[in-house]
Write a protein that binds this ligand. Structure first.
Ligand SMILES: [Zn+2]
Length: 224
């Protein structure tokens, strides 16, 4: 279900520059998530959604089913959104395993990727992450204007930052719970699409670039 290959560009992805949008904190606002999905679908794109276990338990399963139906990928974003970089190894494993167990039970999906809340990655997080179903840590690009390894949205001009920071193989950190992000998504997709970018899941990005992701490290883009 995840690799529907429904768009023609997917039969020759090497001809395009690729971006993997990563949307954090799902399931969240249904209205915003649907705006994001529809914008991506209009521009023949997919993305990866990073899921909070406790939000599934609060009743968000149907929204996850909706994004999966569109061919989006689900990743792990912890169970309770803690400052996980301060946790001990066993506590990290517990946080991650709870969400993976929920996704397996509720969705029949085993995530391949973990995005730490607040992007708090360190070697303990990386090793613990790989111990849970062989997941890899994936964060995202630096906002060149704010010079921070953080959210694309935080520079104050989301369209400009999403376009100016783009490069082939980039991974983005974005938050559909924010209405500004949801509302900007169609413009962002159009601007990048017109520049020759296509949009895929994190797993597709590695597959299309022919790169096998390694465990025990953090990826900021497809090259490392
Ligand atoms: Zn988050």
């Amino acid at each position: 279900m995840l690799d529907q290959k429904k768009y023609t560009w997917q039969s020759h992805p090497q001809d395009f520059k690729l971006i993997a949008f990563g949307f954090d904190d799902l399931p969240c606002s249904e209205k915003n998530v649907k705006m994001v999905v529809e914008a991506l679908a209009k521009y023949e794109g997919f993305a990866t959604c990073f899921v909070l276990g406790e939000n599934i338990e609060k009743g968000g399963k149907s929204l996850l089913e909706y994004v999966v139906q569109y061919g989006f990928e689900l990743g792990n974003h912890s169970y309770s959104h803690p400052r996980i970089g301060k946790y001990a190894y066993e506590e990290i494993v517990t946080e991650l395993q709870k969400t993976n167990d929920l996704l397996k039970r509720e969705m029949g999906i085993t995530p391949k990727w973990f995005r730490p809340p607040y992007l708090m990655n360190n070697s303990t997080v990386e090793v613990a992450c790989f111990a849970v179903d062989g997941m890899c840590v994936v964060n995202g690009l630096k906002n060149s204007r704010t010079n921070v390894w953080y959210h694309v949205e935080d520079g104050g001009d989301i369209l400009r930052d999403a376009v100016d920071n783009a490069y082939d193989g980039a991974i983005y950190v974005m938050h559909p719970a924010r209405s500004t992000t949801a509302m900007a998504m169609e413009e962002i997709c159009k601007a990048l699409y017109d520049k020759g970018y296509r949009f895929c899941t994190v797993s597709q990005l590695f597959e299309y670039k022919g790169i096998v992701p390694l465990g025990n490290k953090t990826y900021h883009d497809v090259n490392g």
